[in-house]
Write a protein that binds this ligand. Structure first.
Ligand SMILES: Nc1ncnc2c1ncn2[C@@H]1O[C@H](COP(=O)(O)OP(=O)(O)OP(=O)(O)O)[C@@H](O)[C@H]1O
Ligand SMILES: [Mg+2]
Length: 267
């Protein structure tokens, strides 16, 4: 079932300054995303990947075309309705983790729940579940500066999933991580997709990370230039226990040299 439909989606910005020149990072893009799919977006820097994610997440609005999500044209929603829809439906894992430095891991994850009508006890249960899912139940009271890059990214993922959104968008979620850290994050994202049914749209520069998705699209100057569908039997199977997983497609060692627990330790 189609969840997201972009019809001639266009975003034009006017450049700051007196020139008033325009830049159009997205040009008449047509794209359908099925519910429950895992889509990877690749393309050179400046090709419009983050711009597209921001449209899909309702952070920014198109200046042309239509964007239908769950049967609603996002461009038709009022500002308040868009914010409400975004809070319920979207989990955003930002290009830089965007954690609030003066808040603990727990408080960072709790933040999006403050927009929802939940009791303190309900919030507590959800935050604990999300931090548990990303393997950080022992880091509740740590501030971002007291966490490794991989752990910060996992807090960012917990924050994105704590509201139980249907759609998760991730902007280069492994960009700052080493290979083992990337493996841990990719396995986590795969679990969100395959076990929890989240529709996942991920921007990456790393073809090995894109291999985890079941569809990869390439952006070039704001247009889709190539689409590649994997056969069903090529879709990657994810194991249950993230720590013991070896994904040699990522770590490049054959036979695998990643000892169980190593991924966790380095992340
Ligand atoms: N708010 C804005 N105002 C003006 N121009 C913008 C704005 N946001 C993005 N752009 C321009 O749109 C183009 C695409 O930017 P975008 O951030 O989508 O690229 P990207 O593909 O995500 O690149 P990267 O891989 O480096 O993150 C760039 O030329 C950028 O300068
Ligand atoms: Mg970007």
């Amino acid at each position: 079932m189609t969840l997201i439909e972009c019809k001639n989606l266009t975003r034009t910005y006017r450049k700051a300054g007196r020139s008033g020149a325009e830049v159009t990072p997205l040009r008449e893009m047509n794209l359908n995303v099925d519910q429950g799919s895992f889509l990877a977006l690749m393309g050179p820097s400046g090709s419009g990947k983050t711009t597209l994610l921001n449209m899909l997440a309702g952070i920014d609005r198109p200046t042309g075309g239509e964007l239908w999500i769950s049967g609603m044209n996002i461009a038709d929603l009022s500002r308040a309705a868009l914010a409400d829809w975004r809070a319920k439906s979207i989990g955003y894992i930002f290009q830089l983790y965007n954690l609030v430095p003066v808040l603990t891991a727990y408080e960072n994850v709790e933040l999006p729940l403050l927009l929802h009508k939940l009791t303190r006890a309900e919030r507590h249960e959800r935050v604990c579940t999300a931090l548990d899912l990303v393997g950080l139940s022992d880091r509740h009271d740590h501030y971002p500066r007291q966490l490794s890059g991989g752990q910060e990214q996992r807090v960012a993922i917990a924050r994105a999933i704590v509201t139980d959104p249907d759609i998760i968008v991730a902007d280069e979620p492994t960009g700052d991580l080493d290979k083992a850290g990337a493996v841990a994050i990719m396995n986590l994202l795969c679990r969100l997709n395959s076990e929890m049914g989240k529709t996942l749209i991920m921007v990456t520069h790393d073809p090995k990370c894109a291999d985890y998705a079941n569809q990869t699209l390439h952006l070039e100057k704001g247009k889709l230039v190539e689409a590649e569908m994997l056969n069903e039997d090529e879709v990657i199977v994810v194991h249950d226990d993230e720590v013991e997983i070896c994904r040699c497609e990522i770590c490049d060692c054959d036979p695998c040299e990643c000892a169980p627990g190593e991924t966790e330790g380095q992340a």
